[in-house]
Design a protein around this ligand. Structure first.
Ligand code: GLN
Length: 309
């Protein structure tokens, strides 16, 4: 990883950090597990990675946090790379308009979740990846270490245990889908893999770098191909329409980029062909998206004019 404080993105990041410091309403940390409830909404970090791995950052951009649902981007990419279009027989790609942990649509749609970025869809994708590789969380970790260039990335076992202790709703989703035959492995194994995935600790710099394949039209950091150009477009499209839960319309309106949030307060975003971003601040709005994070991305695309529109 290299940094260069003199080129174009650094002044933009510095300006955004100054503006974010003025924000008075920063939302509330997720409180379903103690590890996240302790988050401080005044914490803020942001990183931009260029296609060649040059990274710019501001605030707590090198500090690890709980990545949570941001990991759903990577498991989707790995499962799509391994399984191709057959994956879409098991999970849809329409926005849900419901909260990320909702059960309501599953019964009407025969256990096929609306998209890979709500919890139900992510459980299906993790199940598919586990079936393909025999080790979903290990594949995810290996991929993220390679793309970020950070061999120290790891799961937080306390967070994973806490997720499991408070995991009734995810367990309900998994069992319900299994009743339709849309989960292949034993549900307890799947839940263990899913909770480990949610517990991954990484920084803004790590996640901005790891998302780079989506800005490089499917090419990994070493130049090898993970996804076809068309598949990279598909993942970006699903991020744009579904990556921020029932606020995806507002996110597209304000930010204008494919993005994916997590309840740890991180949001990643992609400017195809140009750069990737990760912003982190633990205070969430009532849909589970980081208040300062979405505001910072809104300011980034407004100031730079970089957007898919
Ligand atoms: N661990 C959380 C859950 O499964 C992740 C949700 C999220 O980040 N939106 O409920």
């Amino acid at each position: 990883m290299t940094t260069n404080a003199t080129t174009s993105f650094q002044p933009v990041l510095d300006r955004i950090a100054e503006e974010i410091a003025e924000l008075t309403d920063r939302g509330t940390p997720a409180d379903y597990i103690p590890a996240l409830a302790a988050g401080d909404p005044t914490d803020f970090g942001m990183a931009v990675a260029e296609l060649d791995g040059t990274v710019y950052g501001v605030g707590d951009w090198r500090r690890p946090f709980s990545t949570q649902s941001v990991t759903k981007v990577f498991t989707l990419a790995l499962a799509l790379a391994g399984e191709g279009d057959a994956l879409w027989a098991h999970v849809g790609r329409e926005p849900s308009g419901d909260p990320f942990n909702s059960l309501v649509q599953l019964e009407y749609e025969n256990g096929i979740p609306r998209n890979p970025f709500i919890n139900a869809g992510a459980l299906v994708v993790t199940d598919r990846l586990h079936r393909l590789t025999g080790d979903a969380s290990g594949s995810l970790l290996g991929f993220l270490r390679a793309e970020s260039g950070n061999p120290d990335l790891a799961f937080d076992t306390d967070v994973a245990a806490s997720e499991a202790a408070h995991g009734d709703r995810n367990a309900a989703l998994a069992h319900f889908m299994a009743s339709y035959g849309n989960i292949t492995g034993p549900v307890p194994d799947l839940l263990r893999e899913y909770f480990r995935q949610c517990s991954l600790e990484a920084s803004c710099a790590d996640l901005a770098l790891a998302t780079g394949f989506l800005a490089r039209h499917g090419l990994r950091a070493d130049g090898s191909r993970l996804l076809t150009r068309s598949q990279a477009k598909q993942v970006n499209a699903v991020m744009l329409t579904c990556g921020t839960y029932d606020a995806a319309g507002d996110f597209a309106y304000r930010v204008g980029l494919p993005g994916k949030s997590g309840v740890g307060g991180a949001v990643v975003a992609v400017v195809p062909g140009r750069c990737t971003l990760c912003v982190w601040s633990p205070g969430l709005d009532d849909r589970g998206n980081s208040v300062a994070g979405v505001t910072a991305l809104d300011r980034f695309t407004t100031i730079t004019g970089l957007s898919v529109f």
